[in-house]
Design a protein around this ligand. Structure first.
Ligand code: BES
Ligand code: ZN
Length: 634
């Protein structure tokens, strides 16, 4: 039976906390702000937050912050709107290293507060508990620590322009508590606004809509204002500042970058407006107004981050031929899966990343055609197979829904297995029915959190026609059990028929495919992924000279080449790897390269130590933490 109304679980959740949904209007104009419900079900309890949102929660954040590039600190005030149960005595926020100067209520009355014990492990930080004393508005004067993990302050030398410093933030998963005192949990959505001051001539962008022109403060600084009027999970609050310019793509799309990068970046993302149109045709209106992007300096620790209205991108995806633009499709797709409907707890991050990886592939199909989409899907499937072969089909971490504490198996599960779950449903029940279901999922859960159990219930109510069909589709097995269900719809082997034949030929007699230079990037990656891993120096030199691997313009390919070289102790790969690791801080590249070096014992470990001693300071905290776990001191 199809049901169009909100799913039962949410109705229950909102009746369970009626008082919170209908709290009286606050002193300012807060009453017309959109307030999202929270989920009160047990599977939506976030172990990574100190907040107790059923007692008191933050609904709106107003930041007033100054960027200090000399001290590498942000400081100022955060005003929070609070929705509390009648009689609630306190509110608990998340904080990690914040220095609190003073907390007052809306009338300037001082409020008592206390910072609890810090749990350093995993960056959970410490609870910041504030006595409410009836307050519905809090003002927290504070300073973020100089080593706030979310923020990376780049010296001018770390930018392309070389003249001005740069700042960017990375909030996901729980880093924003190092610079914003709020409830840092994906199930506690908040609208926000910000006033940010920065030294001239820097420009500031955020994951909110810029309000008017910057105000010249007359002291060498300017103030920028931003508003996000839709409730978002707080990990999506993001900032970047630097010597950056903007270039429009379509009527609602554009890209920011350093002047020296802007043209290359703009050409690469030239399909973005088409992607937004394709995404809307698939799963409904783009609800955020503009879709802009910023291409950051190469130390950005991820490929991309789906910050609303302002996707953050690594410059390393620029290949000159748009071959890595699945990245843009991916971050755009998060505007539905992740930003509209959000995992309530990080153990369910497949709801963000898996659904997005599927959606990404549909956008790629619409914009670049079926063949490219099938090839990219085949690479995604190969990643699942490789990981499951490594960890075993019964590894608990290979379930889509993670139990807290289960070993993290990386992206092959949350991204690729999630992708193939959606793909299997689509191919089994048909695109039309599947697309209608996914669209209603986004519509009916827009601006709300979700869990694995909730999407399962939604599938029972709105996707399958009978319990027998749910059984046949193995819905629970897909979501809650390890391994790969037997009904998985595998990629079409024809997608890579030519490349796979070339891999066999090369493996058999060393013949290097003449067609390589005409292959798509996905085909080239498939080849490099699948050739034998043990190669002599002569064999590597032959590959390099025939295929131009050291000079690959696509960083995904350069990375595969460097990895192959280093795992074979190929000396000529070392200087190139060193150069790459000094320039690029993207964890997906940096971590595995240090790992293969480290795995090469007495040959690789001194090289890893020598390179890391030089590059460590240039990495964002996320990448640094990853490499710190690999490269140990003598
Ligand atoms: N939201 C993620 C990045 C992320 C994930 C940050 C988990 C922190 C914790 C982003 O959308 C992403 O998936 N980026 C990928 C893109 C790729 C799959 C196309 C990346 O950075 O490589
Ligand atoms: Zn993602």
């Amino acid at each position: 039976m199809r049901r169009l109304a909100a799913p039962l679980a949410l109705l229950l959740a909102s009746t369970a906390c009626t008082t919170m949904e209908t709290a009286p209007p606050m002193a300012n104009s807060a009453s017309d702000r959109m307030v999202s419900p929270i989920l009160t079900r047990p599977d939506a309890v976030d172990s990574a937050t100190y907040a107790k949102p059923q007692i008191a929660r933050v609904t709106h954040v107003a930041l007033d912050l100054a960027l200090d590039f000399d001290a590498k600190r942000v400081s100022g005030a955060a005003e929070l709107d609070v929705l509390a149960q009648p009689g609630a005595e306190e509110i608990v926020l998340d904080s990690n290293g914040l220095e609190i100067a003073r907390v007052t209520d809306g009338a300037g009355r001082e409020l008592q507060y206390q910072i609890g014990e810090t749990i350093a492990e995993g960056g959970k930080g410490a609870p910041l508990t504030i006595a409410l004393d009836g307050a519905q508005k809090l003002r927290i004067e504070y300073r973020a620590p100089a080593d706030a993990d979310a923020l990376q302050w780049l010296s001018p030398e770390q930018t392309k322009g070389g003249v001005h410093p740069f700042l960017f933030s990375q909030g996901q998963a729980i880093l924003n508590r190092t610079w914003i005192p709020t409830q840092d949990s994906p199930g506690i959505r908040q609208t926000w606004e910000a006033r940010i001051t920065a030294p001239k001539p820097l420009d500031v962008v955020m994951s909110g809509v810029r309000q008017g022109e910057p105000e010249d403060l007359g002291d060498g600084r300017r103030a920028f204002k931003f508003v996000m009027d839709k409730p978002v999970p707080p990990y999506l609050i993001a900032i970047a500042a630097g010597d950056i310019d903007f270039k429009a793509i379509g009527p609602r799309t554009g890209v920011w970058a350093e002047p020296a990068t802007l043209d290359r970046a703009w050409k690469e993302v030239g399909d973005t407006e088409d992607m937004v149109v394709a995404a809307e045709q698939l799963y409904g209106d783009y609800r955020w107004g503009r879709y802009d992007m910023i291409v950051l300096p190469p130390s950005f620790p991820y490929g991309g981050m789906e910050n609303p209205v302002m996707t953050f991108l690594t410059p390393t995806f620029i290949a000159g031929d748009r071959s890595n633009n699945g990245l843009v499709a991916h971050e755009l797709a998060h505007s539905w899966s992740g930003n509209l409907v959000t995992n309530a707890v990080w153990e369910d991050s497949w709801l963000n990343e898996g659904v997005t990886s599927y959606f990404e592939n549909r956008i790629v199909e619409a914009v670049y055609g079926r063949k490219r989409a099938e090839q990219e899907a085949a690479l995604s499937f190969a990643a699942i197979e490789e990981t499951l072969a490594e960890v075993g089909m019964d590894a608990p971490g290979s379930a889509l829904h993670h139990e807290p504490g289960a070993d993290e198996l990386g992206s092959a599960i949350t991204y690729d297995k999630g992708h193939f779950f959606m793909r299997t449903l689509e191919r089994t029940i048909g695109r039309e029915r599947f697309d209608a279901w996914l669209r209603q999922w986004f519509d009916n859960h827009a601006f709300q959190p979700a869990t694995s159990e909730l999407i399962y219930e939604d599938m029972l109510a709105n996707l399958v026609s009978s319990p027998a069909e749910a059984q046949a589709l193995k819905l629970r097995e897909w979501i809650f059990e390890p391994g790969l269900p037997s009904n998985v719809v595998r990629p079409d082997p024809a997608a890579f028929a030519e490349v796979d034949a070339a891999v066999s030929a090369y493996t058999a007699d060393g013949s290097i495919p003449a067609a390589y230079s005409g292959w798509s990037a996905a085909e080239q990656m498939r080849f490099l992924d699948n050739i034998p891993k043990t190669r002599s120096a002569e064999q590597l030199a032959a590959l390099d000279s025939a295929l131009g691997l050291s000079d690959a313009g696509n960083n995904e390919i350069l990375f595969l080449w460097l990895e192959l070289g280093l795992m074979n102790r190929y000396e000529p790969a070392v200087p190139k790897a060193e150069e790459f690791l000094a320039e690029v801080g993207r964890a997906k590249f940096v971590r595995p390269l240090f790992q293969v070096l480290w795995d090469e014992g007495e040959w690789g470990q001194p090289i890893a130590r020598r390179i890391y001693a030089k590059t460590r300071d240039s990495y964002h905290a996320v990448a640094r933490a990853g490499v710190d776990r690999i490269v140990k001191a003598d």
